[in-house]
Design a protein around this ligand. Structure first.
Ligand code: GLY
Length: 573
């Protein structure tokens, strides 16, 4: 018995020593243990902080800053690490948006949203009778847009200080040597097991077991090899060569249409952020092809003339007002918003004070509006996502929201390359009047065209006060995202909550169609009873979103917060 135990101990010791000696990053960062870590919800830090959907990713970001990197270096490393430790949403097979403000006030908006493949067409998800086949835009290779995340990180790298190879190293080691699963991640892998097998051409690291448990180690050798190809060959390590071969081969399993040329031609784009003022705060958010920044500006401008603080937090009066602003803004989303390179989005009008005032002319306090009566404004000029935030010692702020769209995207793991593809094509309007997976409607503005980017709701957002960096915030959750950020900011600015309270507060969501308020299960019943009497219909749903934010306090300390709703965790120094 003694001999057997000693033998096992020596084998385990040799395995662990071998892993550690092969590791460059974790060997020098003993403070991060991929096999034992804790979730930290909120904490103050002197210099710099990261908040993300996974404790390991947040800790990696901080270590990168301590190694001489800035917020951009940290963000790139966090993004690649999330692709490993948070496979439901973190990704290299999806896309997203990065919004940043440098410490000298320069704003940077990088759009690395997926694009429709060149063979995509307007009616590609309709049957012979012209009816939408919803599953086609959600499941398997045909649902995937051309991934943008890797290209996005290389664009962000222009503002970084450390070599890209160094920033990829933590993710490579996490994939190669593994990390332990949290209970949430284990459950989520188990619930997707059948679909991951169904929509992929081969079993993968995720389907090695169907009964993952908290504490099991997930090792992803194929993903590690893909990340190493990016480390060695840069963009070509993903968009060309072996990785591109693997992606195109996977397309054949399920009639996917992404070609090698589509991959090689993919380019991220720089977008001028949406900016507006709200009660002494300057708000900066993302422009189309995200609807997030415009919606946020519209809704906050619609309520700006009202004394929300006096109305109270989640009271019938404040929810009535805010829902009516949501209804009006989301009606405009369906009609007017799409990829600005393909559709003239009337941004200037939509976010103007005058337009907000006009849209609220028919608002009657204490009375439910009506989505049949509230259509988009007439304008003449024409779940699964993840968010993280970084603020460094110098005051650079980076907010990134990135997505595969659904949880585990199209559930297709690229055989040989070990990563999951998105099902972002469903964010297009596959047919006017047919809702997407978030129940959102759209029309010509968001119709499918080759090379076009599907309309998003991601809302990475930054705030300054007196031209000084103040806050970075965002969340996953499809069409609920702009409303989550909106409510979080109102909690913070009007209701004077601290950041944890503002983020954890109970949420409500109205998106014009369906004409219903979706509230979290802990939403106050007393408010709901009065809203019902005012004429509203509501549904209770589970928690949604995982909002992460960092705020700079007057002392200069960084108040970092992870949403109570997930494994979200903060780190800093
Ligand atoms: N896929 C969710 C969004 O971009 O809004």
């Amino acid at each position: 018995m003694f001999q057997k135990n000693s033998f096992l101990f020596i084998v385990a010791f040799l395995f662990i020593s071998n892993c550690i000696s092969a590791q460059k990053f974790f060997k020098t960062h003993h403070e991060i243990n991929p096999y034992h870590f804790e979730i930290v919800k909120g904490k103050l830090f002197e210099n710099a902080a990261v908040t993300s959907a996974h404790p390991l990713a947040s800790m990696v970001g901080v270590a990168i800053m301590q190694d001489g990197g800035n917020a951009f270096d940290a963000a790139i490393s966090v993004q690649f690490s999330l692709a490993v430790v948070h496979p439901a949403a973190g990704n290299i097979g999806g896309g997203g948006f990065m919004l940043a403000r440098t410490n000298n006030g320069k704003l940077i908006g990088i759009d690395f949203r997926e694009a429709a493949p060149s063979k995509a067409s307007k009616n590609m998800y309709l049957d012979d009778k012209g009816d939408a086949i919803t599953a086609k835009s959600l499941d398997g290779p045909l649902a995937s847009g051309i991934p943008g995340s890797v290209a996005g990180m290389f664009s962000a790298h222009e503002n970084a200080l450390l070599p890209m190879a160094q920033l990829l190293e933590p993710a490579i080691e996490l994939a190669e040597f593994g990390f332990v699963l949290t209970e949430r991640e284990a459950k989520s892998l188990n619930s997707e097991n059948a679909d991951l097998l169904k929509y992929s051409s081969a079993p993968s690291a995720y389907t090695l077991k169907s009964n993952w448990k908290k504490g099991d180690t997930l090792i992803q050798p194929e993903l590690a090899a893909t990340l190493k190809r990016i480390q060695q060959n840069g963009l070509a390590g993903f968009y060309e060569g072996l990785t591109a071969d693997y992606i195109v081969k996977e397309m054949a399993h399920g009639a996917g249409i992404i070609s090698k040329t589509d991959l090689k031609n993919y380019q991220p784009k720089f977008r001028k952020p949406i900016e507006f003022d709200y009660k002494n705060h300057h708000v900066i958010s993302f422009a189309p092809p995200s609807s997030g920044g415009i919606l946020l500006a519209q809704m906050m401008k619609m309520i700006a003339p009202f004394d929300i603080a006096k109305m109270g937090y989640n009271t019938p009066a404040s929810v009535n007002l805010m829902v009516e602003s949501q209804r009006r803004a989301y009606a405009d989303r369906a009609e007017h918003m799409g990829d600005p390179d393909f559709w003239k989005v009337p941004t200037r009008t939509l976010i103007s004070d005058e337009y907000a005032k006009n849209r609220m002319q028919d608002y009657t306090p204490g009375v439910a509006g009506n989505s049949k009566a509230t259509q988009a404004g007439q304008i003449k000029e024409s779940e699964e996502t993840t968010h993280f935030s970084v603020i460094d010692k110098q005051g650079n702020m980076v907010a990134i929201t990135t997505t595969l769209n659904g949880s585990y995207g199209n559930r297709t793991v690229v055989a040989g390359a070990g990563f999951i593809l998105n099902n972002e094509m469903d964010d297009f309007s596959v047919k006017p009047g047919v809702p997407n997976m978030f129940g959102a409607l759209g029309g010509e503005a968001n119709a499918i065209q080759p090379g076009k980017r599907m309309l998003s709701s991601m809302t990475p957002t930054l705030l300054t006060v007196n031209n000084q960096p103040y806050l970075t915030i965002g969340s996953p959750g499809g069409t609920t995202i702009p409303n989550q950020v909106y409510e979080g900011l109102v909690n913070l600015i009007d209701h004077k909550m601290n950041l944890q309270q503002a983020i954890d507060g109970s949420r409500f969501h109205h998106q014009w169609i369906p004409d219903v308020i979706a509230v979290e299960s802990d939403f106050p019943d007393a408010t709901l009873a009065i809203l019902k009497a005012q004429g509203y219909t509501y549904t209770k749903r589970g928690n949604y979103g995982r909002m992460d934010g960092i705020r700079i306090l007057p002392s200069g300390k960084r108040e970092a917060v992870g949403d109570k709703r997930g494994d979200d965790s903060v780190a800093g120094y």
